[in-house]
Design a protein around this ligand. Structure first.
Ligand code: PEP
Ligand code: MG
Length: 907
């Protein structure tokens, strides 16, 4: 017998383990209710109900009865009836998905107010102004969110009120600059505004604002369901890789009021500082205000420590609840709270978002004091956060006086040109420009611009404002609340206190760690963490936390991490960062610069003698390259790939040459010769042309020269007392026959050098697997290979039939927007397609050659999600750019822990 699905849960019926069904917020409310924290009663409509509604346009059949039942329970608990004329119960209706999507979906407060109950509320609260303010807020929110009225129309109605009738906000510097807010309206104005708002709704929709509280509630719940598919929410999900089909839960909760006078207020509190990880209560408090005012940053909040002075008892009680929550969740928690006439209510809790720095410090501290295990501590940080910490910071001098100071909301350093709206940030970023998005405050509509910009700068709002929360989540540099700036988005400029005017297009440097903004581009230097990682040691709590996490990752990971490096300098840097060898040394990079002339000579050679002479000139240079790299990686494997790209890449551009020849009075005969060669070698589709192993087989002497250079470098290093471990890798093999021919030639030269020098050369020979045919015939290819290295750049290109050079700038934005890809398959491995080929090839290769070594050296080798995949298919190593090595080590460790402990969410 199947258990009937339940679509509505009262808070006391749920728990933290039910986040998939109740959403993060609903699960948190349920858990706090169980813990006995003061949570206003309410119920949660499940994500399943949302899914049914989004699929059919109707709530499930059982929903109506269940919701009515839960509402009746809520009314009983509160001793009041929703929207009753004399003493109304009011409720809030809030979204709450499985994964936090701050500000991306809708919230409607004060449901239950109408023309009659507003007077009841005025009477019971004893505050007429408050009652009308609540009513006009409801109409405004409901009108915009549920009835689809342009929000700007309500704002205009507020702005149109005569300035002379606005009250002053008091003595703060901000108020002295006469910034008028809707907080200043008196009762008569609020009553008038309420009528105006109703008129706006009537005019825009042809409908009246609904007076029936049950109707308000039902429509508000639907609006929250619908907001799952709103543009903001979709963009956010896309960016955060949140699946589209989860749906949102909806929380209906008794309203409590923070705007009932000076003994009321609202705030956000964290169990630790989410910016630095420092332990101790932290947050913002806004007296006489509703919760949305804090998040919107419309008014400047007080630091939470002020609450200690304003209401010491409440402060102590809040501290107790925060400690309870952190001990229970064993992690940083944040709460939204409201104080209603001296009574503390907790409205939400969750494991709080944090900066990269805070993530490492908190994980380390909780691991250190035994709250969590070292495995858990490792799972609390990730490679993306580590990479952010390695980013450079500004190298300022005392002469670099900032234009302004603000709140250091999200750390890091960024340089870009000022832009004043989201669209401009997006437009300029598409042209490759770095921008700083400057706003008074951001709203969820600014999301595309925040994604596109390098940094976000606002003149209002604190650490918990929208700008701060979203930027931190994205790892984007952010300074907010730079109050000294007067931002004029219409004239597209801002003015500082000292009168400096910054126009759109002017360059700014934003320091999100210090909270400063500077005119012009400041020089950047490596971060302390970056330095410590290269040095392998360092002081400071953050550095210790990072090194501790990496040490644990190194101790548990199965994947080795190697580097893609082609110079001794890169090799040394990679080794310092923890590389366990070189997985890909691209030799073509050694054929550039002044060596181009030698390569040209080889290509233009008219006979064997001329070609051999050209190759002989290249040989000592290559040998020197390899010697340097083998020295930098002494004792570790160095995989040297033979020449891969089509030779014409080393010749001048065809059009340029043709123009040069056509416009020269005395054409250079060398140019003419070059042009003939370029034309002879021209291919319509060079990526599928004479490259990789084909080149080695087609150009006599080329492969032999490179193998000889490797072999002689090994001999040199042995002579110098080193421990060289060179491996030779053949690129773009499609059939075992190619590899057999290349292998025979390689072995012949190795034997020749060994005989000449009287040395034994032990040099594994392997191949790249970067063509679908190679993957599909991997069993055959393994007969002739000591190792496989997956070239997932080309493998992605050839599996999808997508040009790796063009596709991303061409139709990828469209494909990403339409959801064809959640992420570019060149960035993160396409597990189903390309990944499947990798898996097949590993299995088939190992079946034939159990000692076959397998690795990946395409860009995916440094991508966190891909690393988890490569761990799961049992590769021996990943290889990536030097700067990605620490993150790769960390992710390889996390993959191993996730595997061992069965943790599925690795993000
Ligand atoms: C690859 O194709 O994944 C690879 C590593 O080789 P390259 O990028 O040099 O073509
Ligand atoms: Mg390749």
């Amino acid at each position: 017998m199947s258990v009937p699905t339940k679509y509505v849960y009262e808070f006391a019926e749920g728990s933290r383990d039910m986040a998939a069904l109740l959403g993060g917020k609903g699960a948190g409310l349920a858990e706090m209710t169980r813990l006995g924290l003061p949570v206003p009663p309410g119920f949660t409509v499940t994500t399943e109900a949302c899914k049914v509604y989004l699929a059919t346009g109707e709530e499930p059949d059982e929903f109506g009865v269940e919701a009515a039942h839960s509402l009746a329970a809520l009314e009983r608990a509160m001793g009041r009836t929703l929207g009753a004329p004399d003493d109304p119960l009011l409720v809030s209706v809030r979204s709450g998905a499985r994964f936090s999507m701050p500000g991306m979906m809708e919230t409607i407060l004060d449901i239950g107010l109408n023309d009659r109950s507003v007077t009841g509320l005025a009477k019971t609260s004893g505050q007429e102004r408050f009652a009308w303010d609540s009513y006009r807020r409801l109409i405004q929110m409901f009108g915009r969110t549920v009835m689809g009225v342009e929000g700007e129309l309500f704002e205009q109605a507020i702005a149109a009120l005569p300035q002379s009738r606005l009250r002053s906000t008091g003595g703060t510097p901000m108020a002295q600059r006469a910034v008028a807010t809707d907080h200043d309206l008196d009762t008569a104005e609020l009553i008038k505004l309420t009528e105006e708002f109703k008129d706006i709704i009537r005019k825009e929709t042809g409908e009246e604002f609904p007076q029936d509280p049950a109707d308000q509630l039902a429509r508000a719940i639907r609006a929250v369901f619908d907001s799952w598919n709103g543009e903001r929410a979709r963009i956010y999900r896309h960016r955060e890789h949140i699946p589209e089909d989860l749906g949102t839960a909806v929380n209906v909760q008794a309203m409590v009021f923070g705007n009932l006078g000076t003994d009321s207020g609202t705030g956000v509190a964290f169990t630790r500082d989410p910016a630095t990880g420092e332990s101790g209560m932290y947050g913002d408090y806004l007296p006489d205000a509703q919760g949305e005012d804090v998040v919107a940053g419309v008014r400047d909040a007080l630091p939470l420590s002020e609450l200690k002075i304003l209401a010491p008892g409440t402060y102590i009680e809040l501290g107790d609840h925060l400690r309870t929550l952190e001990a229970h969740y064993r992690d940083l928690c944040d709460v939204e709270f409201t104080v209603e006439r001296g009574k503390l209510w907790i409205l939400q809790t969750r494991v709080g978002k944090r900066t990269a720095e805070a993530a490492f410090r908190i994980a380390h501290d909780l691991g250190d004091d035994g709250t969590i295990s070292t495995d858990e501590a490792l799972m609390r940080v990730d490679g993306a956060a580590l990479t952010r910490l390695m980013f450079p910071r500004f190298d300022t001098t005392p002469a670099d006086v900032p234009l302004a100071h603000g709140v250091p909301a999200s750390p890091g350093a960024a340089v870009g040109v000022a832009v004043f709206d989201s669209a401009e940030a997006v437009r300029r970023a598409a042209g490759g420009e770095h921008t700083v998005l400057v706003r008074r405050e951001t709203t969820p509509d600014d999301l595309p611009g925040m994604i596109a910009a390098e940094a976000v700068l606002t003149s209002r709002g604190g650490k918990t404002s929208h700008a701060a929360v979203v930027a931190r989540g994205m790892g984007k540099v952010c300074v907010c609340g730079a109050e000294a700036l007067t931002v004029d988005p219409v004239a597209r400029r801002f003015t500082t206190e000292s009168g400096v005017v910054v126009h759109e297009g002017d360059t700014l440097s934003v320091d999100g760690t210090a909270g400063t903004v500077h005119l012009g581009a400041l020089p950047l230097t490596a971060s302390d963490v970056g330095r410590a990682l290269e040095a392998g040691t360092g002081t400071g709590q953050l550095t210790q936390a990072v090194l501790g996490a990496l040490a644990h990752a190194d101790s548990v990971r199965g994947l080795e991490v190697r580097a893609n490096a082609d110079t001794p300098e890169d090799a040394a840097r990679a080794r310092a960062l923890g590389a366990q060898g070189i997985g890909l040394c691209r030799t073509e990079h050694m054929f550039l610069g002044e060596r181009r002339a030698l390569v040209e000579a080889m290509i233009l050679a008219s006979d064997d003698t001329a070609r051999e002479a050209a190759l002989a000139n290249l040989l000592p240079l290559q040998r020197e390259d390899f010697t340097g790299i083998l020295k930098a990686m002494d004792g570790l494997p160095v995989t040297i790939r033979l020449l891969d790209p089509p030779l014409h890449e080393f010749l001048p551009d065809r059009t340029e040459l043709a123009v040069r020849l056509a416009s020269a009075v005395h054409p250079d005969p060398h140019d003419r010769e070059l042009l003939q060669a370029v034309e002879r070698m021209h291919e319509q589709n060079p990526m599928l042309g004479l490259r990789g192993v084909r080149l080695g087989l087609a150009v006599p002497g080329l492969m032999a020269m490179q193998v000889r250079a490797v072999a002689e470098a090994v001999i040199d290093r042995l002579g110098a007392g080193g421990r060289p471990h060179a491996e030779i890798m053949i690129p773009l093999v499609g059939t075992v026959e190619e590899l057999r021919l290349a292998r025979a030639e390689t072995e012949r030269v190795l034997a020749e050098v060994a005989a000449e020098t009287g040395t034994t050369l032990d040099c594994p020979i392997g191949t790249m697997i970067e063509l679908p045919r190679a993957a599909l015939t991997a069993g055959r290819i393994a007969e002739a290979a000591d190792f496989f290295s997956f070239g997932t750049n080309d493998l992605t290109q050839t599996t999808w039939g997508l040009s790796r050079d063009d596709a991303e700038a061409s139709f990828f934005p469209l494909y990403l927007e339409k959801g064809v890809f959640a992420v570019s398959p060149f960035d993160s491995i396409d597990e189903e397609g390309v990944g499947r080929l990798v898996e097949l090839a590993v299995e088939a290769g190992r079946a034939v050659n159990p000692r076959l070594e397998t690795g990946v050296c395409g860009e995916h080798g440094g991508d966190p999600d891909s690393i988890h995949f490569f761990h799961s298919v049992g590769l021996d190593y990943v290889s990536c750019s030097p700067f990605r090595i620490p993150a790769a080590r960390l992710e390889a460790g996390r993959a191993a822990v996730a595997d061992r402990t069965g943790t599925s969410d690795t993000r």
